[in-house]
Design a protein around this ligand. Structure first.
Ligand SMILES: Nc1ncnc2c1ncn2[C@@H]1O[C@H](COP(=O)(O)OP(=O)(O)OP(=O)(O)O)[C@@H](O)[C@H]1O
Ligand SMILES: [Mg+2]
Length: 371
């Protein structure tokens, strides 16, 4: 997959810019707060329909403006596609070749992105919802049915929680309806569990080798933690366990008005030599774990979609030693289009500079540098 051109109107600190990108390495250089990350963010939003760093969409719109627009020309499977993202205070719309795609979940997965930022350490240090969000976005990019089912699941979960409250307040006595909701919820949960088991297995097939390459250390894996205690996907077993859990916890659930068991409680941990990296890993080891995770994903995306994803690297070279930098370069083979931000070209390995496009960014203005 290649992003040939991106243009922005009223996005963050940009008025109106258009940027041609080359097939290999593109470098965005500039001082702090000039708009480097904003460009990566716009590419991410074009693919995922929301920001990787802001929960509030409206922050994407330039101050004092009423809408923003991102357009991208993307080559996938040798054909050129025009993608468009439009956001105003009232609506969010996406288009492929000028045709609106009504459901955002049908649009995601058309343009695949792996982003790598200093904030990714939150995948280790942060709360479980950070890791669930990661799983959902990555699995969703590979299978948009997953996203549709996740939406259904979340709606059903809300309905079930509300119904628990009604039962508790004696506004309803019909427990049969609760068991109908349970069955529907379990059906959706199965698809989510399957997606997560599959994805984590694919990661684990790659992760340790890559980690070994980067660090000389080994025995890294991701451990999937679901609160049903299941270790592998088995439809009938999961159904049975979920039903049992719902039944045996009903009294407690009624009091709290909340569903205790299911994929909405999932988590995963990085285990290095059988120890949780969150508590036992050094800062450097934690960074290497994240690096190994993201690099594993490149291969997985390629295997599933038949094409390389686009790699966005936000100011990561400043934090890595030369050995790790060289390893990244090894994995960014010629076919992976990569967009890198940096404040200092000296941090970028010379090998990467060869044939790359370099753009200088200053206060929302962009200029190609010829070296
Ligand atoms: N909605 C918005 N409207 C106008 N300007 C905005 C908006 N959102 C962010 N900005 C501005 O964009 C700039 C930040 O851009 P960005 O995060 O891309 O910086 P950067 O070049 O990546 O800097 P650093 O090197 O520090 O990471 C800030 O000056 C900020 O005030
Ligand atoms: Mg930045």
């Amino acid at each position: 997959m290649i992003l040939n051109n991106i243009s922005l109107i009223n996005f963050r600190n940009y008025d109106n810019i258009s940027l041609d990108l080359c097939d290999n390495i593109n470098i965005l250089i500039g001082d702090n707060a000039q708009g480097k990350t904003n460009i990566l963010e716009s590419i991410y939003v074009l693919g995922i329909t929301k920001s990787h760093r802001s929960l509030i969409d409206n922050n994407l719109i330039k101050n004092n403006e009423s809408f923003c627009r991102i357009k991208g020309k993307v080559t996938t499977n040798k054909t050129l596609k025009k993608l468009e993202f439009f956001l105003s205070n009232k609506e969010k719309k996406v288009f492929i070749n000028k045709n609106q795609v009504k459901k955002l979940t049908d649009y995601i997965s058309k343009f695949n992105i792996i982003i790598f930022t200093p904030d990714d350490l939150e995948l280790i240090k942060g709360a479980p919802n950070v890791r669930r969000k990661f799983l959902n976005i990555e699995i969703g990019q590979l299978d948009n049915k997953y996203l549709n089912i996740l939406n259904d699941y979340n709606k059903l979960l809300k309905t079930r929680n509300e119904y628990l409250k009604r039962l508790m307040e004696n506004k309803s006595k019909d427990t049969k309806y609760l068991s109908i909701l349970d069955d529907k919820l379990i059906e959706k949960a199965l698809y989510i569990y399957k997606g997560r088991f599959d994805f984590i297995k694919k990661i684990n097939d790659k992760l340790n080798n890559i980690y070994e390459d980067i660090t000389n250390g080994n025995k890294l894996l991701i451990q999937y933690e679901n609160n049903l205690g299941i270790e592998k996907y088995d439809e009938n077993y999961i159904k049975k366990i979920m039903k049992e859990k719902f039944k045996s916890n009903l009294r407690r659930e009624l009091i709290i008005g909340n569903t205790f068991f299911g994929p909405h409680k999932d988590d995963f941990v990085f285990m290095l030599n059988n120890k949780d990296v969150k508590y036992y890993g050094s800062q450097g080891q934690q960074r290497s774990c994240i690096l190994a995770l993201k690099l594993s994903e490149i291969d997985i995306f390629k295997a599933v979609t038949g094409e390389n994803p686009i790699l966005l690297l936000d100011d990561i070279f400043s934090e890595l030693d030369d050995k790790k930098k060289n390893n990244i370069i090894k994995y960014i083979d010629k076919d992976v289009q990569t967009i890198i931000t940096t404040t200092d070209l000296n941090q970028i390995n010379e090998k990467l500079l060869e044939g790359s496009y370099i753009y200088k960014i200053e206060d929302g203005h962009i200029e190609r540098q010829v070296v």
